[in-house]
Design a protein around this ligand. Structure first.
Ligand code: HEM
Length: 214
């Protein structure tokens, strides 16, 4: 079912029993398919709540004001590198260049589940470097923030978030929400809503504002 009305989208997103389609269990440890089975994004119930709390604890350590300043110093960087360079540095990661390559490779199949050998190799290296909650932050931030920065250059950020959002479809089992359509007749749903709403919204906004301040 495709949802285009804001009120219907809010009802679906508010319902804690409506989870994203579950990922397949049993993938070998260290593959992208295995990682998708460890993160909050695709989990439901108590596992979702517990993993989300761990991600929120990581995000609470990252001051959006500091992220904004760091992003402003990276104005020369292309949009798709900014989130990982800013967040990786804030998390204290050394060798940010290697991290950026690994996150980019793993992120390509993170939402879709379409893994390849390069993504699996990147995940195997990443899980040796960082805890799952920190990897969740980097993988969630990478593509969405890159797309937001690319779309927002020279435009009004709130307008882009409402009309041209980087995440265009929100999925729950059996339901797809058309985000740009639903954003037209109620509150902006670009960062989601309810128990699974994006916990990185202040961070994403700060990075965008810093990078766009030119
Ligand atoms: C610093 C950058 C970001 C971080 C750290 C981040 C982090 C996260 C995390 C951890 C989740 C999973 C929450 C859960 O499982 O309960 C999530 C979900 C989400 N994020 Fe972000 N995110 C970032 C940037 C963005 C951007 C730029 C957008 C769009 C403009 C976005 C839109 C969303 C949406 C829509 C969801 C919910 C998906 C759903 O309801 O199915 N995020 N984010």
């Amino acid at each position: 079912m495709l949802i285009t009305r804001n009120s219907e989208a809010l009802a679906v997103l508010s319902d804690p029993l409506r989870a994203p389609a579950p990922v397949e269990a049993g993938a070998p440890r260290g593959t992208l398919a295995w990682l998708r089975g460890q993160v909050s994004r695709f989990a439901s119930g108590a596992a979702h709540a517990e993993r989300r709390a761990a991600v929120t604890a990581v995000l609470d350590r990252l001051d959006p004001h500091v992220l904004r300043q760091a992003a402003a110093r990276l104005r020369h960087e292309p949009p798709e590198r900014v989130a990982v360079l800013v967040l990786g540095a804030a998390l204290g990661v050394e060798d940010l260049e290697t991290l950026a390559g690994q996150v980019a490779a793993a992120a390509r199949g993170y939402l879709s589940g379409e893994a390849d050998a390069e993504a699996d190799a990147a995940v195997a290296e990443l899980i040796g470097r960082l805890p799952i909650a920190e990897l969740t932050v980097l993988l969630q931030a990478h593509a969405a923030t890159g797309a937001l920065l690319a779309a927002a250059a020279g435009r009004d950020l709130d307008e882009v978030l409402r009309d041209d959002p980087p995440v265009r479809v929100l999925r729950r089992e059996g339901v797809e929400i058309d985000v740009p359509a639903a954003n037209q007749d109620g509150p902006c749903l670009t960062f989601g809503y309810g128990p699974r709403a994006c916990p990185g919204q202040p961070h994403a906004r700060a990075i965008a504002e810093g990078w766009l301040s030119r």
